[in-house]
Design a protein around this ligand. Sequence first.
Ligand code: PLP
Length: 463
Amino acid sequence: MREKLRYLPSVDSLLQTQAAQHLVAEYGHEAAVEGLRAALEAARETILAGGESPSQKVILAQAARSIAARLGPTLGPVINATGVIIHTNLGRAPLSQAARGAMEAVAVGYSNLEYDLEAGQRGSRYLHAESLLCQLTGAEEALVVNNNAAAVLLMLTALAQGRGVIISRGQLVEIGGGFRIPEVMRQSGAHLVEVGTTNRTYLRDYEAAIGEGTAAIMRAHRSNFSLTGFVHEPSLEDLAAVAHKHGLLMFDDLGSGALLDTSSFGLAREPMMQESIGAGADLVCASGDKLLGGPQAGIILGRRELIERLKHFPLARALRVDKTTLAALQATLRAYLIGRAVEEIPVWQMIATPLEELEARAIRWAGELGRHGIEAAVVEAQSAVGGGSLPGQTLPTKALALRVSSPDALAARLRAGTPPVIARIQEGLVLLDPRTMLPALGDGPEQEEQLLRTLREALTSGS
Ligand SMILES: *Cc1c(COP(=O)(O)O)cnc(C)c1O
């Protein structure tokens, strides 16, 4: 035992190795030395407990792991092979090349974020996405805030605090992550006035609830569930007409807020922002990173006078977005304006990918694995749009299917890959859906190679 302890390398000798030099380059001398010391201490303990002396390679690997655990990034890319396009846990919408470029361009140095280049004086940060949003939707004015939850909170706080907001009982929704319409309403100081029943609410229910202290009628989109059967809800046109007849505001929380018609891709129709403006809503709000396919943001559209009041409300400052968000949003919106959204915006590219292309990709993966003696099938499956849009709606896909003794164990090994691969387990099979894989983003075969490498490693490290 004493012999073994004596033969353990010193920190200084370990530092001479190439592996340790990599650690020094990446994390600095001090952290590298600390990591090596800790790994040596662990080796000593192993020996004192009667274990075998770990090799130098094992000690260095242990040091690398402990340093990475302490100083490495916790946030990083993953490969989404779940087939859920707008996956909130996986960062929602991947950004277009144009959006990424625009973010980098303003991140690297200074920008005219709040500077009027013509006048040579202070300008407005609100300018940058506003005109594009108005051109796309027909709104008079627009405002961008941190996310759609912030948009709803700002709208209610600034325009309905201390007064009533009428909403159907069928729309008192929870979006997830604790965002519940009744709670946001309470937080804003507006009084919730619920009308109708869960399944049926009539125009006359709204009219009967209007009183002295009513500020607005609100509609909230049922983003993540659907109500079918014996149901009724007045149209937005009719609701807006009733609101305006009584001098009230009409708010429309769209959630996903599409700019393109999802029904032309074999899906149900998700309400579009331009339709809500056209139907007479005074303010419409939506997320930037759901079907819009841009960065996290909350978009508020509507009447100039109302948007101006929101902009000058103190809470707006607390909810404002930064320059990289505005840059990405502007680039994303431009793709819609030049008619290239389906070609350029990943969310729409994924929705629009033809089944034959997905099948060809899955077959290619199966063939690649087959060359390494790994058996994989190509099966019919369903992709989902996700992210609080089009609940229950799916797109047919072809997925790579792996049959192993423990699907959970394989999924865990895939998650441990670099980068981690997130798969889906269905009917005892581990499924990998090509629809949400990045070739659609114009990133080329790189991600596919990473996926196949991680798959091979996971499938050969015991199954
Ligand atoms: C998603 C959603 C929200 C919240 O939007 P975030 O951008 O996630 O803050 C609010 N309302 C509805 C109807 C939604 O679908």
